[in-house]
Design a protein. Structure first.
Length: 241
């Protein structure tokens, strides 16, 4: 069996005296969508920040194709193809939609104009509204359009692993559905995805496998459809009695 694309081994993360993540293990294989679900403060975003080396772990290993990432800086993680769309989107509000997308390819070397144009056309296929807003400042877009722009910008970086932090947050239901359809479409093109979500229903309907994190510990892991049918998950995260 092939080694995982991403493997977290006994990861512990501290903020001062507080241990926010307590020895978690997690894998993402090539071609998968893996979701990490849990409530506010459970350690989901903290885990992503550790993988990106924004706030590295105090213990454990983070392996990308067997290479430990812990001694790398954040920009070197990006160079390895691990691209994160953070919670809150963090687009460049004063730049146009087109300029935001071009910035996504900033760290790639030797990209030609024709390649950029072709890749941007693909983004417009995924998110037609971005083509309509091409010259508009990112900060004037709706929340849903900004989320689409943030994902589009990440795709321009040609990710080997795409990490999405709460992509549904604050979005109208029909926009959430569109975003999750694109997540599946992107994955079908061969991009593995690690999805952090509070919307457990959408996340588990979209993912291949899932992990449930509570108070910094993984309490459940299974195939996504099995987690959807799990009584504990249904009561805690799907609002069922």
């Amino acid at each position: 069996m092939a080694a995982p694309l991403l493997e977290l081994r006994d990861i512990r993360i501290r903020y001062g005296v507080i241990e926010a993540v307590k020895g978690i293990n997690l894998t993402v294989n090539e071609g998968e969508i893996v979701t990490l679900i849990g409530g506010n403060g459970a350690g989901k975003t903290t885990t992503l920040r550790a993988i990106s080396m924004v706030h590295g772990p105090s213990h454990g290993e983070i392996l990308l194709k067997g290479e430990d990432l812990r001694n790398l800086h954040s920009h070197e993680i990006v160079d390895k193809g691990v691209i994160q769309v953070p919670e809150g989107r963090h687009i460049f509000p004063n730049m146009s939609v087109r300029e935001n997308l071009v910035m996504g390819a900033f760290q790639r070397e030797g990209v030609t104009r024709s390649e950029l144009a072709e890749e941007m056309d693909h983004i417009y296929t995924l998110f037609p509204v971005l083509k309509e807003r091409l010259k508009q400042a990112g900060g004037t877009l709706s929340g849903g359009e900004q989320q689409m722009l943030a994902i589009g910008r990440a795709l321009m970086a040609k990710p080997k692993l795409l990490m999405l932090d709460e992509p549904s947050m604050g979005l109208a239901p029909q926009v959430v559905e569109r975003v999750f359809n694109v997540i599946q479409e992107v994955n079908s093109e061969g991009i593995p995805i690690l999805l952090i979500e509070q919307n457990a229903q959408m996340a588990l309907q979209t993912a291949n496998r899932g992990y449930v994190i509570e108070s910094g510990e993984i309490v459940l892991e299974d195939e996504a459809d099995k987690l959807l049918g799990n009584d504990q998950v249904r009561k805690a995260y799907l609002g069922e009695e």
